[in-house]
Design a protein around this ligand. Structure first.
Ligand code: DGI
Ligand code: FE
Ligand code: FE
Length: 191
């Protein structure tokens, strides 16, 4: 499939704003992949697809979860924001028949991160954090860090996500915790 075909698949799922976000993430992922020696085409594809199911309603998400044979943990049941990464990865694999772990796994872990992240997973996680459409305080510094020290940027991403979740007393997914701990321990070893 070429890029226009991927865009054509994603476009009907998303509002203009979210589609624009996906284009920005795809472009940022491609840039990071070129910089860090990952496959730029796969990084772009993962970026374009990563939020494909993000705007499905709660009911449509639950229907997909059923159809795809996904079993949610209790924590996941209570955190609907996490569903789109899980249903998105299942859609990529089961409907688009893309089995490449360099595309499926970054989509699956783009919201939570996890321990032992691969280079393509780190790239999509950071591309989603610092894509051109993001405007939060400090985004420019984090974008810079993503291009100079990817591991440090992923750690900061995990840290900000957890701080934000704690401040709202929302549950922290085990993969989010594991991603943070893994980044911290790697940093300790390298210092
Ligand atoms: O889909 P995007 O908006 O582009 O970004 P995303 O896929 O990173 O989703 C961000 C949302 O996911 C944000 O509202 C926080 C939420 N989130 C991330 N990790 C966790 C989480 N929510 C819970 N409850 N637990 C987590 O560990
Ligand atoms: Fe997302
Ligand atoms: Fe996103």
């Amino acid at each position: 499939m070429n890029r226009e075909e991927y865009k054509g698949i994603v476009r009907p799922f998303l509002t203009d704003r979210r589609f624009h976000h996906s284009e920005c993430v795809a472009e940022e992922a491609e840039r990071l992949a070129k910089h860090y020696g990952a496959d730029p085409e796969k990084a772009w594809i993962a970026g374009m697809l990563h939020d494909i199911t993000k705007e499905l309603s709660r009911e449509e998400q639950l229907k997909k979860i059923n159809e795809f044979g996904i079993i949610l943990t209790d924590l996941e049941k209570g955190a609907p924001k996490l569903w789109h990464a899980i249903t998105g990865a299942a859609y990529v694999r089961q409907v688009l028949h893309i089995d490449d772990p360099d595309i499926v796994d970054p989509v699956l872990y783009h919201t939570t991160a996890r321990a032992e992240m691969t280079l393509p997973e780190k790239i999509l996680y950071m591309a989603d954090y610092v894509s051109a459409d993001r405007t939060f305080d400090g985004v420019e510094a984090l974008r810079e860090t993503a291009h100079t020290d990817l591991d440090k940027a992923v750690l900061l991403g995990c840290q900000y996500t957890i701080e934000d979740l704690v401040s709202q007393q929302r549950p922290i997914h085990p993969n989010t915790m594991a991603g943070y701990n893994w980044c911290v321990m790697k940093q300790q070893i390298s210092n």
